[in-house]
Design a protein around this ligand. Sequence first.
Ligand SMILES: [Zn+2]
Length: 258
Amino acid sequence: MTDAPRADSPGDPATGTADAVTADLTSPELRDAIERTREDVASLHAELVRYGLVVWTGGNVSGRVPGADLFVIKPSGVMYDQLRADNMILCTLDGQVVEGTPGSERSPSSDTAAHAYVYRNMTEVGGVVHTHSPYAVAWAAFGEPIPCVTTAMADEFGGDIPIGPFAIIGDDSIGRGIVETLSGHRSRAVLMKNHGPFTIGRDARDAVKAAVMVEDVARSVHYSRQLGTPAPIEPAAIDSLFNRYQNVYGQEPTGSLT
Ligand SMILES: [Zn+2]
C-alpha cells in the first residue's frame, strides 16, 4: 500500500480527472505500484492465449493499482504478442485514460467502462477479466446458469455460475450487470447473457484464474449434459467444499484485497 493521495472517490465517477491523477504520479511508491501492475497485466494476457480463451485481439485483463484509484488495462485492437508493460493503459476509476503516461496515445479496451464500473462499486475487487471463451459463451447464449455439479466447481465458485442481464456495449450497463449479479455472490464469474464471461478476483491473476476455471467447468458440464442430466451436489456439501478450498487449500482466501 502507498500513502499516495487519492485522485477520486470510489462510487463517484463525477469527481477526479486525469489531470488530477497526473499530479500524483511523482510519488515513488505509486510509480512502483503502477509499474508492477503494468507488468502483471501485460504478462497475464499470455495466459488467456495459453488456455485458448481468446481469438485475434478479443478479451482483456485489467488490474487495480494497489493504494490508488487507478487501474491498468490492455489497449484496444493490439495483437497479443505485441502487449508489453509500456503499452498497457493507465485509467482513472471513471474510465478515463491518464494522459501523458505510457500507452496513453492508444484507445483502451472497448470494455474499459465495464471494468471501471466494477472497480468503483466493488472495492474488494483488484482484477477483472473478460473473454469470449467458447464453452462459457455457449452457456451465456443458452441463458441458463451453469449448475454446480462438480467438486471442482464447488471449490472454485461455491455454487452455480450465474447469468447476468443482456447489456449493450458502450455505457455502464455491462458494469451494472456484473456488479448486480456478483455482489454478495460466491461466484467470481458471471455469464453476461448472449455475450460471455466476466470474472473478478482479489487481483488480476485471481481474475484470470477464474476465467480459466469458468471455461473448464462450462466444458465439463456441457459434456455431462450430453450424457443426460448431471447429478446434483447437496448444498451442504457445496458449502463444505467451498469453505475448505477457500480457507485451507492454497495460501490465501479468495476475495480478500490486500
Ligand atoms: Zn465481449
